[in-house]
Design a protein around this ligand. Structure first.
Ligand SMILES: *Cc1c(COP(=O)(O)O)cnc(C)c1O
Length: 483
């Protein structure tokens, strides 16, 4: 068991030597109430022991560099290190966000060109880079929907239709904007039931503000009726919102504009190779069609033919959604990635789709595949067959860790029982995919022969089963002995 760094503390140890100085704290004019009453309790450890401590912790961590990470809906692709290098250049890191436009031409040019690239990729007419995550982009998009109808004095549109397969952030974002959520069912092909959708528009005439969709949807399936759905939305005066977190399947092949969408958010930290996870910084740019341009948050980055500048005068702007210009370093990484791929961005999506279909075809004899259709960048298996033997999907996930694979997403989407959502991404070669397939097949065999071994997994990880409910509900990250 790893000790906390406080438990490694030895009185008098230190990683640094601070020479005595002659500063009298009382002469600095710091108000009394801000002065510390007692000595700060910090662990006393040498530099070497500190290094060992954090190295040990990082060795316990699983990341894309340690192995295959098929976490569905998260696009855990490899993030090229050159992106990190470029984002750490002094010209970017030392720039203050309040500096004048003239002094920040390079950064503004990068943001402007990233906006232009994302316009091409999505087909949208204008982009804001401000959003700091996918969910934040959704919130921004839903605020645009709200302001759009307000500007038209169309105040009855208080409802948003969302498929039952949607990512949980969709209803959350629409709900935060004050919209009432209506669920549209999926049909037997795992796609939006168009008849149900039509019925919802009849039942809620002139009350629907938007449909929020993901395409490919969270089952990894392409919504075949998307053009009809967009026609239904527009004929009824509603907007069509695209959750673009799954863009990895379609880049350079099709785009949300061609599918009839009006507003799009992207996850640069998924599709465009910026590291993510653990709540790290992300970026959720939002794109809109021409008629919604004026609603974007300010400032947007513009170019007058000579200079790049931050533009604040948008007539109907929803305001600001993030301080300064968003998570700039993520934008640098995404732009570097797009430049590096250039015209081969399409290959990324083709390879991602190929990899997902390969793994799906190899596994479907061993696990149930509820929707047996060609998939896009990911697919969803069901552990129902294994459940009949007393083994749940959670245990399959835990057992995979013994085989040194990060588990897939489990129990999502909720419309598939015992769901296992697998997204290999384009980064993996056939050898790795085969190793994962072998492990999944072996686990299916273990469940048939000796389920106990799977039920008590993981056996080889440093931490075994944790009480996940308590860990989430009673988060305790504080060392006990400190007040
Ligand atoms: C990841 C994801 C989101 C949310 O993105 P965050 O950056 O985690 O807020 C929304 N929708 C879908 C489909 C996603 O996969």
């Amino acid at each position: 068991m790893t000790k906390l760094i406080f438990e490694k503390s030895i009185d008098g140890m230190s990683g640094i030597e601070i020479t005595d100085n002659d500063i009298d704290i009382n002469t600095l004019g710091i108000p009394e109430k801000f002065l510390r009453k007692q000595k700060v309790c910090l662990p006393q450890v040498s530099e070497l022991e500190t290094m060992r401590h954090f190295k040990e912790l990082s060795d316990k961590n699983f990341c894309v560099e340690s192995g295959f990470y098929p976490l569905g809906s998260c696009t855990m692709k490899y993030n090229p290190k050159v992106n990190e290098y470029l984002a750490s250049l002094e010209g970017f890191t030392e720039l203050h966000p309040l500096q004048d436009d003239e002094d920040a031409q390079g950064a503004l040019e990068l943001m402007y060109k990233l906006q232009e690239a994302l316009k091409i990729i999505t087909g949208m007419d204008a982009i804001t880079l401000q959003g700091s995550a996918g969910a934040h982009g959704e919130l921004c998009g839903m605020m645009i929907v709200k302001h759009y109808f307000k500007s038209r004095n169309d105040l009855k549109r208080k409802k948003v239709i969302i498929p039952d397969s949607a990512h949980g952030t969709n209803p959350a974002s629409a709900g935060m904007c004050g919209f009432e959520i209506i669920r549209v069912n999926s049909n037997e092909k795992g796609q939006v039931d168009v008849n149900h959708l039509k019925q919802l528009f009849v039942e809620n005439k002139h009350e629907i503000a938007a449909i929020m969709m993901t395409n490919p949807n969270t089952l990894g399936l392409f919504e075949e009726n998307i053009l009809e759905i967009s026609q239904i939305a527009h004929a009824n005066g509603a907007l069509l919102y695209y959750d673009g977190a799954n863009l990895n399947a379609i880049m350079g092949i099709t785009n949300p504009k061609k599918m009839g969408f009006d507003i799009v958010h992207l996850n640069l930290h998924k599709t465009f190779a910026a590291p993510h996870g653990g709540g790290g910084p992300g970026a959720g740019p939002v794109g809109v069609i021409e008629s919604l341009k004026d609603f974007l948050p300010v400032p947007v980055i513009d170019f007058d033919g000579k200079k790049y500048f931050r533009k604040y005068d948008l007539k109907n702007s929803i305001g600001k959604i993030k301080e300064f210009q968003g998570n700039f370093s993520v934008l640098v990484k995404a732009y570097a990635y797009i430049l590096m791929k250039g015209n081969t961005l399409k290959n990324v999506s083709q390879d991602a789709v190929l990899n997902a279909n390969y793994v799906k075809e190899k596994l479907k004899a061993y696990y149930e595949l509820p929707f047996d259709l060609p998939c896009m960048h990911e697919f969803v298996l069901s552990g129902d067959r294994q459940k009949k033997k007393g083994v749940h999907t959670l245990e399959i996930a835990k057992r995979l860790m013994d085989y040194k694979f990060h588990p897939p997403t489990v129990y999502f989407p909720q419309i598939v029982s015992e769901a296992l959502m697998i997204e290999p991404t384009e980064s993996e070669n056939k050898q790795r995919l085969d190793e994962f397939i072998d492990a999944m097949i072996k686990i299916a065999g273990e469940i048939d022969e000796n389920p106990q071994n799977v039920l008590s997994a993981p056996h080889l990880t440093s931490v075994k089963r944790v009480d996940e409910t308590s860990a989430a509900r009673h988060l305790d990250l504080r060392y006990k002995n400190i007040d």
